[in-house]
Design a protein. Structure first.
Length: 307
């Protein structure tokens, strides 16, 4: 019988994990394939690991990996994909914002319609702060314009994949990971399934606005060199402005003599150009730092315990 491994990254989800397990068990009890779980404990500081141990003792189809510390969701997803051995793999969050009732239809699409992957996207952001939703939409717009991968607005990590696609993702062992971009970069036939936003079943989100902003910057840097091009273009524009201003000042001095007024505007121009230079240097620094981390060759995660 074919097997499907459900990979579940967890960070401080002791309240959500039992509810997640019960909901998925009830929903998938009639699936024609074997279902097993692979929870990835991403250095939780609550009782998540104890809950996973109990579930593993009770159900032989429940397995877990526990990191030595918090390495982040990207590392947890990579570890889950790498350690999974199912013919199919599903990635889900433990908070039940990813509806398990979609899995049977996702499986049918892969089996009967010839897709390698069925991915999900949210069609609304009910319950989110407006500013957070606005920045999320702006991020997807920017990625659509500058990135070399297919980024669908509202895309979730929740997806049902064939083993061939999973193996391709695992082979991309880069340290700086942005899975939404990696899923698009590897290609394969993908069907998108829309669903309405759902609230967490328990606990609180671990994603603050600042963390999401950092994550979006990493995504842009990981899958586009456009910021480097933009910084070069800005440099050319400001050089042209400076050259034009120099000619203007020279001609004015010849006609009207040397005057000292206008220093406030000059100070503003100097401050602006200095800010642009620092901004462009920061962009170059971002790419350089990512290269530095890749060259060091550190492991993406470290396993402390597994079963």
């Amino acid at each position: 019988m074919e097997k499907c491994t459900i990979v579940v990254p967890c960070y401080n989800e002791e309240e959500a994990v039992p509810l997640f397990y019960e909901a998925v068990e009830e929903t998938l009890k009639d699936m024609p394939i074997k279902i097993e779980y692979l929870f990835v404990n991403d250095g939780s500081k609550d009782g998540t690991l104890n809950i996973l141990r109990e579930l593993s003792e009770k159900d032989p189809d429940v397995h877990y990996i526990s990191f030595s510390r918090n390495f982040g969701k990207e590392a947890a997803m990579y570890a889950g994909l790498k350690e999974s051995d199912g013919d199919y793999v599903v990635i889900m969050d433990a908070d039940l914002q990813d509806p398990p009732d979609l899995i049977p239809s996702m499986y049918e699409s892969v089996i009967n319609e010839g897709y390698d992957c069925v991915a999900t996207r949210r069609v609304d952001r009910k319950g989110e702060p407006p500013i957070r939703s606005a920045f999320a939409n702006l991020f997807y717009l920017i990625m659509h314009i500058i990135a070399k991968v297919d980024m669908v607005p509202g895309a979730r990590d929740f997806r049902f994949m064939k083993r061939t696609m999973v193996d391709a993702i695992v082979d991309m062992g880069e340290y700086n990971r942005f899975s939404k971009g990696i899923f698009g970069w590897v290609g394969f036939e993908t069907k998108w399934v829309p669903f309405e936003n759902r609230k967490r079943v328990a606990g609180k989100t671990k994603w603050s606005f600042f963390k999401l902003f950092q994550y979006s910057i990493e995504g842009i840097v990981a899958f586009s060199t456009a910021p480097l091009v933009w910084s070069s273009i800005l440099g050319i524009i400001f050089c042209a402005i400076a050259f034009a201003a120099l000619i203007f000042l020279f001609v004015r001095a010849l006609i009207f003599g040397d005057r000292v007024d206008g220093w406030p505007s000059l100070a503003c121009m100097i401050t602006l150009s200095a800010g642009i230079q620092l901004f462009c240097s920061g962009i170059v620094g971002m790419y350089l730092s990512k290269t530095y981390l890749e060259v060091k060759g550190r492991p993406i995660y470290i396993v402390k315990e597994k079963k």
